[in-house]
Design a protein around this ligand. Structure first.
Ligand code: FAD
Length: 562
């Protein structure tokens, strides 16, 4: 049975950064991923990473922008840590080989991003995530004596010992179906987000909320789950992202009447207001009949000099051509708000520790809460790296002071039996893909930019029905080699759990803040709702709801204008 000081589930940026930090602190590490690590979703990150690195910028300004962007729901102690440590982290990356863009003077160059009072986004063209992920993966190789990589292994459940400590996980080798138990003194969840609960989404097929649901199932509370970010610029139909970098470079938004409508909603920041504000503005234009017949508005990237577009937005040029048939250097492209990011997740402290001893979480799976009600663009890569590193360090410290906890192989048999039951299901009911499709389409209708009680209540009932259907949905592949069918059935279960928590949080929060806009409660209500909604599994049908205060350090809530 493999045993390591620290087991990391997920090999995106959060997981890889945690692995390096834990190994540097002397721990033995296992890092596991259901896809090859450099195919993790972090690979898709385009626009860049924020840091107040210029002498005329300051971490305080970055922190204030983040607090304001979060609509005052972000925890300010965590935000301060993230923004203070950002410059050092970007330099660490650059010293390890990330080829960040340099300006004509040869210095690290920045681009503007939404909700920021300074241009502080560092980038590698529009492939920043890919550049970062490949450099970190090279660094993992350097630590090969300490870090074991389990690539294309799928974690099905977390383990707890008799005292409630998280002491490992059960995983399936996707290549041959073998199940194995991995013991560990500490486990770091870095399994990414849950965008596939919505359709369409900018998120990859692998973003199915596995880590959020698995942590929740063993008792780790979830926080801010209602806060789902709709990105202002996604392609209609397929949800593919047009990076905020395009607006950062100077692109404008127009409605079908040719108006630059952001003048009405955010006269100072215009297209670079924070994402919740821009998405709501676009959706209002569309709902009030000033959009195009395909339910979109136009993003005009021809405002950016062609040479600059070809240099700094080259992937977007390809996406426009291949997925919309548009040459973005010559004509506007139609876009609309689309599901992009989950601000909520597994509740952690500033070291990534959850309330389950031995279980840590970092990256999109987690909620430390630096994003609160709305994440600023280019703050997520930063979050993955800062809190990935901190959780790696803390987990290694925990491991150094203890012996390997006992683990029972009974858990493997339980998981094996559960998978066999899926494989043995009678053919008849609905297909997994149909249920997933209905879930995503319904969430995109009832739990999107605008929400209300009637729609959310319907969503809740639909999810309950889909859960029952998922419990008996048969699969076609009964084999052991790369059986993606059986994994899809497991993923559907995770998505339904996560969707249920998103809707429950959205129903509970009777106000409008950040990404949550309730048509029936259109105002922000600091008196009653300046608090986090925390959800826990308590064995009942519906998760238990409690509240956690928002941590304030130096910024009192103000009216939010851009
Ligand atoms: C198109 C797009 C562009 C973006 N651009 C930016 C940007 O420019 N700047 C920015 O700051 N943010 C950006 N974001 C957000 C950012 O990319 C993500 O939030 C971040 O990369 C998430 O990293 P992560 O390490 O938490 O998770 P991921 O990179 O998603 O990694 C999750 C890992 O967990 C593994 N995993 C999941 N479930 C299991 C399981 N059951 N068993 C085993 N392994 C499992 C996966 O295989 C993967 O290795 C963008 C997002 C999208 C969708």
């Amino acid at each position: 049975m493999p045993a390591h000081d620290v087991l990391i589930i997920g090999a995106g940026l959060a997981g890889q950064r945690a692995a390096l930090a834990a190994a540097e602190a002397g721990a033995t590490v296992a890092i596991m991923s259901k896809v090859h690590p450099v195919r993790s979703h972090s690979n898709a990150a385009a626009g860049g990473i924020n840091a107040a690195l210029n002498p005329d910028d300051s971490w305080e300004s970055h922190a204030f922008d983040t607090v304001k962007g979060s609509d005052y729901l972000g925890d300010q102690d965590a935000i301060e840590i993230m923004c203070r440590e950002a410059p050092g982290e970007v330099l660490w990356l650059e010293h390890r080989g990330v080829t960040f863009h340099r300006n004509p003077e040869g210095r690290l160059g920045t681009r503007a991003f939404g909700g920021a009072s300074a241009a502080r986004t560092y980038y590698v063209a529009d492939i920043t995530g890919q550049a970062l992920l490949h450099v970190l993966y090279e660094q993992l190789m350097k630590f090969h004596a300490q870090i074991d990589r389990y690539e294309e292994w799928f974690v099905t459940a977390l383990l707890q010992d008799d005292d409630g400590n998280c002491c490992g996980a059960v995983a399936r080798n996707i290549r041959d179906g073998a199940m194995e138990l991995f013991s560990a003194k500490a486990v770091i969840q870095a399994a990414g987000g849950a965008g596939q609960c919505f359709k369409p989404t900018t998120n990859a097929l692998i973003c199915t909320g596995d880590g959020i649901a698995q942590s929740f199932r063993i008792g780790a509370p979830l926080m801010d789950m209602e806060m789902i970010q709709y990105h202002p610029t996604t392609l209609a139909g397929n949800g593919i992202l047009i990076t905020e970098g395009a607006r950062g470079e100077g692109a404008h938004l127009y409605n079908a009447e040719g108006e630059r409508f952001m003048e009405k909603y955010a006269p100072n920041k215009m297209e670079l207001a924070s994402r919740d504000v821009v998405s709501r503005s676009e959706q209002t234009e569309i709902n009030e009949g000033r959009g195009f017949p395909d339910g979109t508005v136009a993003l005009d990237i021809t405002k950016v000099p062609r040479k600059r577009t070809l240099e700094a937005l080259r992937e977007i040029v390809n996406i426009g051509r291949d997925f919309a048939g548009v040459d973005i250097t010559r004509e506007p492209i139609h876009i609309r708000p689309g599901c992009h990011y989950i601000m909520g997740g597994v509740k952690t402290d500033v070291w990534g520790a959850t309330s389950v001893p031995g279980l840590y979480a970092a990256g999109e799976v987690a909620c430390v809460s630096v994003h609160g009600g709305n994440r600023l663009g280019a703050n997520s890569l930063l979050d993955t790296l800062i809190f990935g590193r901190r959780s790696g360090e803390h987990a290694a410290e925990r491991a150094a002071g203890m012996s390997m906890p006992p683990a029972s192989r009974a858990a493997v048999s339980d998981e094996q039996r559960a998978i066999q039951r899926i494989i043995d299901r009678e053919r008849g009911g609905r297909r997994i893909s149909e249920i997933k499709d209905e879930l995503g389409t319904m969430m995109n209708e009832k739990c999107a930019v605008f929400r209300d009680e009637a729609g959310l209540t319907e969503a809740q009932a639909t999810i309950r029905r889909l859960k029952e259907e998922a419990d008996v949905a048969a699969i076609d592949d009964r084999g052991t080699v790369f059986n993606q069918d059986v994994l899809a059935a497991l993923e559907l279960g995770y998505m339904l759990d996560v969707a249920e928590c998103i809707v429950l949080g959205a129903l509970e929060r009777k106000e409008s803040r950040g990404a949550q806009f309730r048509l029936d409660y259109p105002e922000r209500n600091d008196g009653e709702w300046l608090k986090h909604i925390t959800l826990s599994a308590n064995g009942a049908d519906v998760p238990e709801i409690t509240y956690t205060p928002v941590t304030m350090t130096q910024w009192e809530p103000q009216e939010r204008t851009y």
